[in-house]
Design a binder for this molecule. Sequence first.
Ligand SMILES: [Zn+2]
Length: 225
Amino acid sequence: MAEHIIPEYNEKAFNCPRCGAYANQEWLLATAIDKVRAEQYGQTANKGNIDEFAFSKCVHCDGVSIWKKGTQSMVFPKTNVRTFDLTEIPKDLAEDYAEACSVIGDSPKASGALSRRCLQSILQQQGFSDKSLYKEIQLAIDSEKLPSHISDSLDALRNIGNFSAHPMKDTSTGEVLPVEPGEAEWNLETLEFLFDFFYVQPAKTRKRKEALNEKLKQAGKPEIK
Ligand SMILES: [Zn+2]
């Protein structure tokens, strides 16, 4: 499989953050035993469940990754699991996005703040400016310029983010505010859709056109505009 599948909470298979292989994942919960008693006396009495974390174990390398259940975010290994190619993305947007990716394990809140700011910058650069992010998303959706999967993703971002309960998310993007489980990841995926649509695909088309014009030129034919 050539495509890179990003690790996500409770998913059955993805590219393993430990070995990189696309592999099935076994999801585990831990029960505790007293470390000193176990190591010194071989006593392994069950001390109850560890409720805060879940574990994904890769069937390919047996490596374990640790996830915080509350935020559904991976806390170990500390690695940016996202692999979006930022070559064609404007520098200010690429920076916010990259930082939102790098902090997501430790602070989904910080990641969410950065990704909302990045989202607002993209929308405004594309001409969708209004008083709040909510309204800017509405403008973008109403413009009917976006493919339906991107419109749906933007609409869901507002709903998952519960903008009505957190009005600051709407009007002060970049503000560090509570996030719902999965929200920070959703924001990053939505940014990737927008990056692809507004920057990557147009750049590809531009390059294809240049290549075509080169061929036409060599054949003595008029170039396409
Ligand atoms: Zn692995």
